[in-house]
Design a protein around this ligand. Structure first.
Ligand code: FMN
Length: 197
């Protein structure tokens, strides 16, 4: 199943190959591959080099209890498909600057960048990440003792994508639906506000 983005202009293959599957194979992600994917987040740029991201990493086999605990924090819809993936993570951001203790206005932005780097790194290795806003942040905070000044932002699975046919019918349809994006003129303004570039 080729889900490569039908781009208007040529882009890096790992970016056009990245997509967010809901069907995953049982195949575990090797520790070396997992560490490589995480390393891409580690080397992401961040405001003042604060590196505000913290990822809670759970593998279905090795951290089985933690994996189950994190899975239980997902909304039922996400639980219904995410449990097929071998790795389940939680992207969190430290909200205050380590330097001066003041709120870091870029903490979420930077953490999103780190997650994006991981997703692109994963795609370059024929692995896939699916991020999920659909989880109970308060439940995750409670389950893992996440401190007040750290915000759980997005759950994410990592694994090798499986066949759409392994999903229930409605999800299988979404898995193969055409990929779409806004037109460039709606999101890039050239020189003046509202003027499509
Ligand atoms: C921060 C974030 C939260 C998301 N939350 C969910 C979610 O809770 N459940 C889900 O099925 N997909 C979720 N998605 C996946 C998006 O729906 C998906 O990325 C989008 O439709 C674009 O598709 P693509 O990633 O395959 O290009 C999320 C994606 C991001 C980046």
């Amino acid at each position: 199943m080729d889900r490569t983005a039908p781009t208007d202009h040529p882009i890096l293959p790992a970016i056009s190959k990245r997509w967010a599957p809901r069907s995953y194979l049982d195949t575990p992600v090797s520790e070396a591959d997992l560490r490589t994917v995480l390393e891409a987040a580690r080397w992401t740029a961040s405001a003042y080099n604060e590196q505000p991201w913290i990822y809670l990493v759970t593998r279905k086999a090795e951290e089985a209890d933690a994996y189950a605990k994190l899975l239980a924090c997902l909304v039922p819809f996400n639980q219904s498909w995410a449990a097929s993936a071998p790795v389940l993570m939680l992207a969190c951001a430290r909200l205050n600057s380590a330097g001066n203790g003041k709120p870091n206005a870029w903490a979420l932005y930077d953490t999103g960048q780190a997650s994006s780097a991981m997703s692109i790194q994963a795609a370059s290795m024929d692995l896939h990440i699916h991020q999920m806003a659909g989880f109970d942040a308060a439940a995750a905070r409670e389950a893992f003792g996440i401190p007040e000044d750290v915000m759980p932002i997005s759950a994410m699975v990592l694994g090798s994508h499986g066949p759409a046919s392994a999903l229930p019918e409605k999800l299988a349809e979404r898995e193969v639906a055409p990929r779409s994006r806004k037109d460039a003129g709606e999101i890039f303004f050239g020189g003046s506000w509202g003027k499509g570039f």
